[in-house]
Design a protein around this ligand. Structure first.
Ligand code: AMP
Length: 469
């Protein structure tokens, strides 16, 4: 068995400036010791991005709960064979992009490039066909593809996904699409659903023959990649990214005209359900999705405004995969699902200046003068935290002025001042940061006093945490 298998040679395309790892030259470099660099296509998700990520994660969890999907956590490493069998040998993911290698025990393993195959594997492994159907699962986590690094395209990226296994009805497809659409809406991102049906593997055969004979006379206009597709996987010509064949595509036969009667009815129903819940969609005869396991409904989620283009940066996509569970050795199980790229969601939010608070804004700031005060401060801080009052401090600073500057920056309504004298007296000073007015109170009662004060000014001082509705 080869030591290193399927991963492709590194393409020499430049990453966009914004995608480059932080310049190594920023830190002083010791002679002869270059600082470690990130691998191409990998990135850190820095603290300043985390608030958006938390908001996305919270929304996903909220949607999962609302629609009764259960969380499943799947391993990052699987037998390579799971993906080779399910995604289709001729797909880019398998041919060029999979991080597959032989592990120390000699097994050919792969960093998962997606999670649907793992969900299907778990469904079979754990006998989930014995559970009430559909089995509704969701997941979130990193995926790995040795893709060409460029804007919005990484080699490690995160997806969340919803999968519903066990029910063939069109209403399942429609509700999944609805969940995806609503998730974006509630995150403040306008999207359109691109939708198509690619029928069953059987009904697709005659369409594939038609498509091949349409393209064959134009073979010389195709790129090398597309020539290969024409031979091995002609459906994929439809989502070719080569602008040179856009005109050819416009005249190509469309798969919806070749659907079997059942697939046609199924598709019509999906669209009717979407109309019912007012999810807007665009019929897209070129949408086929990259992976082999899809049947009938396929869809993608595009940012509104991208519709005119043959979008390369879909926020997510999914579809029905009725044959997948059987393909990996389970009982025939209809299923449908979608996956969303979280980096792209975070970027779409950043583009719209959606900047949620990283944490609850502090309402109280603690200022101390002297060692004794600092010690009391450490204890008081805990009391405020336990009481659920967001509190901040600058224990590392000594001067009162410097501490009040921090308090000002944080826009807290109240600062608490504690000096040597107050420690001896058992008192503490409350300073109203707006008016500058100060009062001296019993330090033993400070938490309950502040609770009362804050409750009175609630709504005036407490900013809403619901940044996006
Ligand atoms: P797929 O599993 O290929 O259908 O991808 C679903 C979604 O995952 C895409 O619409 C993207 O948002 C995201 N995605 C896929 N590949 C990448 C990548 N290399 N880098 C970042 N996001 C990706």
């Amino acid at each position: 068995m080869p030591k290193k298998t399927i991963a492709a040679k590194e393409p020499e395309e430049k990453m966009e400036k914004a995608e480059k790892p932080a310049a190594a030259s920023e830190a002083p470099v010791k002679k002869g010791k270059a600082p470690p660099e990130l691998l191409r296509g990998f990135r850190d998700i820095l603290p300043e991005e985390q608030a958006r990520w938390s908001l996305i994660r919270a929304k996903v969890r909220e949607m999962a709960d609302a629609y009764s999907f259960d969380r499943i956590e799947l391993p990052l490493l699987e037998r390579a064979d799971l993906f080779q069998r399910t995604l289709g040998k001729q797909t880019d993911v398998i041919e060029k992009e999979m991080y597959a290698f032989e592990d120390p025990s000699g097994d050919l393993v792969a960093m998962r490039p997606e999670a649907t195959a793992s969900v299907a594997r778990a469904f079979v492994n754990h006998g989930m066909f014995n559970l009430p159907q559909p089995v509704k699962l969701w997941y979130e986590g990193p995926m790995f593809r040795h893709d060409r690094p460029q804007a919005g395209r990484y080699r490690q990226f995160n997806q969340f996904g919803f999968e519903s296994l066990g029910v063939p009805d069109a209403i399942v497809d429609a509700q999944l699409i609805l969940i995806a659409a609503r998730t974006f809406k509630e995150l403040g991102i306008d999207v359109t659903i691109q939708i198509n049906s690619i029928g069953t593997p059987e009904s697709r055969q005659s369409y594939l023959a038609e498509l091949t004979s349409y393209f064959r006379p134009h073979r010389n206009k195709l790129s090398e990649d597309d020539k290969r597709r024409l031979q091995k996987s002609p459906l994929r010509l439809l989502d070719s990214k080569d602008p040179a064949i856009a005109e050819l595509l416009a005249g190509a036969p469309q798969i919806v005209d070749w659907l079997d009667e059942e697939s046609k009815q199924h598709f019509t129903k999906v669209l009717e359900y979407l109309d019912e819940v007012e999810v807007s969609y665009q019929l897209n005869p070129f949408l086929v999705r990259g992976l082999d396991y899809y049947t009938r409904t396929v869809f993608e989620i595009w940012e509104s405004g991208d519709e005119g283009e043959r979008a390369q940066n879909a926020l997510g996509g999914g579809g029905r995969y009725d044959g997948l569970v059987e393909l990996i050795g389970g009982r025939p199980t209809p299923a449908c699902g979608f996956a969303i790229g979280m980096e792209r969601v975070a970027k779409a939010m950043a583009d719209r200046n959606i900047a949620p608070e990283a944490r609850a804004k502090p309402l109280v700031f603690f200022c101390q003068l002297g060692d004794g005060a600092r010690r009391v401060g450490l204890r008081l801080f805990e009391e405020f935290r336990v009481a659920g009052i967001p509190v901040a401090e600058a224990f590392g600073k000594n001067a009162l002025k410097a501490q009040l500057e921090v308090a000002n920056k944080l826009e807290v309504p109240y600062a608490l001042l504690l000096g040597q004298k107050e420690v001896l007296d058992g008192t503490i000073i409350i300073r109203d940061m707006d008016s500058g007015a100060q009062e001296i109170v019993d330090s033993g009662k400070i938490v309950s006093i502040m609770k009362r004060k804050l409750a009175k000014s609630e709504g005036v001082t407490r900013p809403s945490q619901d940044v996006v509705q």
